[in-house]
Design a protein around this ligand. Structure first.
Ligand code: 0WK
Ligand code: 0WK
Ligand code: BGC
Ligand code: BGC
Length: 864
């Protein structure tokens, strides 16, 4: 058990190797030293404040505390006030079922609130120090890897400890607790000592158990994304040696201690070092010496043979300067021995050897950690503080001095300060929670306006309904334009021939050839080509835009070898158009980023015809111009005759519905619901971020509903929110990156997108970004669902039905590609229109086929 410096240097080197193994993604799973990320990214920076409840579970005492950081009654300036109460923790509970253990914790918490007269009605943020190995994916979520020390409550391993606590608090009831952070006692100790010492980057526990944590460079923590800054890593060094790395230092006494422990083969290093085992090691050594007749004249009383009879407190007492020898006699007498003076000296010596080895091993482990930090920071000399806690370190008279001495001897170039955490670890836990709380409340504040209540959605439905009604009645302009489409009939399957379908207004311009053949089951053949409309053309002159379209059509006809075919064509033009006939469409106003000049107020069919004439190389018979919502409904009605509504959730947002006999005209209506709110009727739900997006758009004040719901704008809304959160210090470490100020943010693979945007994000950043994306897209889907509920309920009431079965044909990248959008939209429609059974039918070939069908019907009628 006597370890010389060269052996300590060897052990330190081995431990450094183990740390690397634990940090690297390849080898971490099998590593004995787990190196667990804690998601604590910084030591205290003086900004922390608030009042917190704290639980301290896993050390020798289970405590409930109230911690006031820099605010609250009687707190001196910049200070921290704490009140605590220790609660019993019986063996039965520690070895029983986990739910009962956590019920005891939660009931103790409630008792503490009573005793300290803390209001039960107020929401209390809580910091949870849990001193066992947990794999944390975030500050308030950690799976228990294994129990250690004297605890092995069943049913929690592999489960989220924070969730178990939250469930127990719910079971106890009668208190409003928000568990914001769970930390290991080493982390909490580092933070506690870091409150007064900015050099404190290491936390050390030498108590019932032993462990250390330190601030590692994030780039070395493979299991956490991001490589800038630091993160505190909980080494769980108690497991050092579990893979045999210390076998040549393991003595027979260590093997005995391990064999009779509740977790044999586990926590080998801890069993050589920590307070739970030191006394037992001394007993086993003394027992062997007694059996060998080297002590007590070979007398071996039962007590000496009994596990746990010599405790670490005994060891500490035996080593007291003055009374060490007397204490040793008293302890041996208590064990039923009548020790001689030599016996006492020998036993005292055994205690010294055992606890000396413990402090030496801790020194070797610390030396490894400090050496690694020195290398990480490319320093020749390191000045650092180690925050320490634990009964062994606090109560064993010689321990601290021995430890400090050996560490300084092993690392002469380091200036190491040891600070004892005088008030336990909960101050540190509260500081971690203060940061989490500030971040959480800022995020909650920012995202709250995006969370629409049922009442608000009902109101949107009613507002949409009123918009639909007003659009039908008013002759003059109305927010929801309700434009007639001159489409009367849905196809009946008799359509024949070849048609060209042109499609402008979505993500791209598409030219499509549609053939309807007799006798074929699915008698439609489609060939298409996609063309990207450059931004400068979308926002150039009308002539240029339509010349471009005419050129794309030329290219497509070449591609199909049908230049001379003089095809009948249907033109899907996905912008609000006043129509006076099936083949005329006066553009009311551009939307979706288009603003080509000399188009608004003009007949877009003529604009296209003129462009084709200007090319003078082919001719088309443009029979119909339709909105993409109409085309989508027709396409789907071909499959499902019950389809009477078209919905686009794409770049833009719009719906179209069949006419009701009761309505003035019998034709289909393009609602142009994107304009809802242009009259201020949605101002209650429009957030400052939405206002900013509208302000920066090419058509401010217009299409307000669209700007809350469609693909063109959701990314912008997210960017505005991220900008705000970054300014609030919640993201990207508060650094407002130029790129956030320019390009649109797509919604999918957050991390790689952030990366491509040159945003070096941390895992937490990604989580927050994803949450913002979720809030913005969920609101969009819910608003579309509320709009659709208004449309189908209007159809139901117009038909005087109690119940309506109807199909909605849908298209658009947002509906088709977004992982959750369609589901939320469908659910919202179902809830807000309970008397309608709505089937959403995604359109397979887009609106092109629909346009061709309408063209076929229109031509039949025209040529009859
Ligand atoms: C006091 C800390 C607690 C930690 C304990 C360790 O408040 O979080 O677990 O020290 O020392 P022990 O009580 O096991 O000796
Ligand atoms: C595909 C349709 C087209 C419509 C588009 C909308 O064929 O008419 O405009 O969907 O979706 P987006 O491309 O805007 O996502
Ligand atoms: C646990 C650690 C804890 C240490 C000190 C060990 O048994 O695994 O999580 O930090 O004891 O309490
Ligand atoms: C247009 C609609 C179109 C919708 C979907 C909106 O901007 O005003 O006509 O249906 O986008 O593409």
């Amino acid at each position: 058990m006597r370890l010389y410096d060269d052996q300590l240097i060897d052990i330190s080197a081995r431990f450094q190797a183990e740390m690397k193994k634990g940090l690297s993604a390849e080898s971490s799973a099998a590593a004995a030293v787990k190196m667990l990320p804690t998601h604590v990214r910084s030591t205290p920076d003086g900004s922390e404040k608030g009042q917190f409840l704290a639980l301290d579970l896993g050390g020798s005492k289970f405590k409930v505390l109230q911690v006031k950081v820099r605010e609250g009654m009687g707190v001196r300036k910049g200070g921290v006030e704490m009140e605590e109460k220790i609660y019993p923790m019986s063996k039965e509970l520690l070895n029983g079922r986990a739910p009962e253990l956590f019920d005891h914790v939660s009931e103790s918490l409630k008792d503490f609130l009573h005793v300290k007269n803390i209001s039960l009605d107020k929401k209390h943020p809580l910091a949870f120090t849990f001193s066992f190995p947990c794999e944390q994916t975030r500050l308030d979520k950690g799976l228990l890897l294994s129990w250690s020390k004297n605890c092995r409550a069943r049913g929690l391993q592999g489960k989220d400890v924070v969730q178990a606590l939250r469930e127990a608090i719910d079971r106890t009831g009668g208190m409003d607790i928000e568990v914001l952070a769970m930390v290991n006692d080493t982390v909490a100790t580092m933070m506690t000592c870091g409150f007064d010492d900015q050099y404190c980057d290491v936390g050390l526990i030498i108590g019932t158990g032993t462990n250390a944590c330190y601030m590692e460079e994030l780039r070395h923590v493979d299991l956490v994304e991001g490589d800038e800054g630091r993160m505190c890593v909980n080494t769980e060094w108690g497991g050092f040696g579990d893979d045999g790395a210390l076998n040549d230092y393991i003595t027979e006494f260590d093997q005995d201690v391990d064999a009779t422990s509740i977790n044999p083969g586990k926590q080998i290093f801890e069993k050589m070092v920590s307070g739970m085992y030191l006394g037992e090691l001394v007993r086993l050594v003394v027992l062997k010496m007694a059996k060998l007749g080297q002590l007590f004249d070979g007398l071996v009383p039962d007590a000496l043979r009994t596990k746990g009879k010599i405790t670490t407190a005994h060891v500490a007492a035996m080593e007291e300067y003055k009374n060490g020898l007397k204490n040793t006699r008293d302890i041996l007498v208590e064990l039923g021995l009548n020790p001689s003076q030599d016996d006492c000296i020998a036993v005292q010596h055994v205690s010294t050897i055992v606890s000396f080895r413990s402090s030496n091993l801790v020194a070797a482990g610390l030396a490894a950690i400090l050496t690694r930090i020195k290398h990480n920071r490319h320093l020749r000399a390191l000045r650092i503080t180690v925050g320490v806690d634990g009964t062994v370190y606090k109560t064993h008279p010689q321990y601290p001095k021995r430890l400090h001495k050996v560490v300084r001897r092993l690392l002469p170039e380091c200036q190491v300060r040891f600070v004892l955490s005088d008030s336990g670890s909960s101050k540190g836990a509260a500081l971690v929670t203060a940061v989490a709380q500030r971040l959480a409340s800022r995020k909650r504040q920012t995202l709250a306006p995006f969370k629409l209540s049922q009442e608000q959605l009902q109101l949107v439905k009613a507002t949409m309904r009123a918009g639909l009604e007003a659009g039908l009645k008013n002759k003059g302009p109305s927010a929801v334009k309700m434009l007639p489409s001159y489409v009367y009939h849905t196809p009946d399957g008799t359509e024949r021939g070849k048609y060209l379908a042109l499609d402008l207004g979505g993500t791209n311009f598409r030219a499509m050839l549609v053939k309807f053949k007799k006798g074929l089951q699915n008698n439609t053949r489609l060939y298409h080509k996609i063309y990207t409309v450059p931004l400068e053309i979308m926002q150039g002159t009308g002539e240029e835009l339509f010349d471009h379209l005419a050129q794309y059509v030329s290219d497509f006809l070449d591609y199909m070898g049908m230049k001379k075919a003089h095809l009948p064509a249907g033109f899907t033009f996905s912008f609000p158009c006043e129509q006076t006939a099936i083949d005329t469409g006066i553009l009311v106003s551009w939307t979706k980023g288009f603003k080509a000049t000399d188009c608004e107020g003009h007949d877009v069919v003529n604009l296209l015809r003129e462009a084709i004439k200007r090319r003078n190389e082919y001719d088309l018979d443009i029979v119909a111009v339709v909105n993409d919502t109409v085309g989508t409904m027709m396409s789907c009605a071909y499959e499902d005759p019950q389809c009477e509504v078209g919905l686009i959730a794409g770049t833009g947002s719009n719906a179209y519905k069949k006419a009701e006999t009761s309505e003035t005209s019998k034709m289909c209506i393009n609602t142009e619901w994107g304009g809802l709110g242009d009259d201020g009727s949605l101002d209650d739900i429009i957030t400052p971020f939405d206002a900013e997006v509208d302000h920066n758009s090419v058509n401010p004040g217009k299409q307000r509903f669209e700007k809350l719901t469609s693909g063109m704008y959701l990314g912008e809304i997210v960017r505005e929110v991220l900008l705000d959160l970054t300014r609030g210090g919640l993201l990207f470490r508060g650094r407002e990156k130029q790129c956030l100020c320019f390009d649109r943010l797509a919604l999918l693979q957050v991390r790689s997108i952030l990366q491509n945007l040159g945003l070096d994000s941390t895992c937490d950043d990604s989580i927050i970004v994803k949450e913002v994306c979720g809030a913005v897209s969920r609101r969009a889907a819910e608003l579309c669902g509320a709009g659709m509920a208004a449309v189908v309920d209007k159809i139901r009431e117009n038909r005087g039905l109690d119940h309506l079965n109807i199909t909605v044909g849908v298209d658009g990248a947002l509906y088709k590609l977004h992982p959750h959008f369609s589901g939320v939209l469908q659910e919202t429609t179902r809830v807000l229109a309970p008397q309608c059974n709505v089937t959403f039918l995604p359109s397979e070939e887009g609106s092109g086929k629909g346009a061709a069908l309408i063209t076929a019907v229109a031509r039949q009628k025209r040529d009859r």
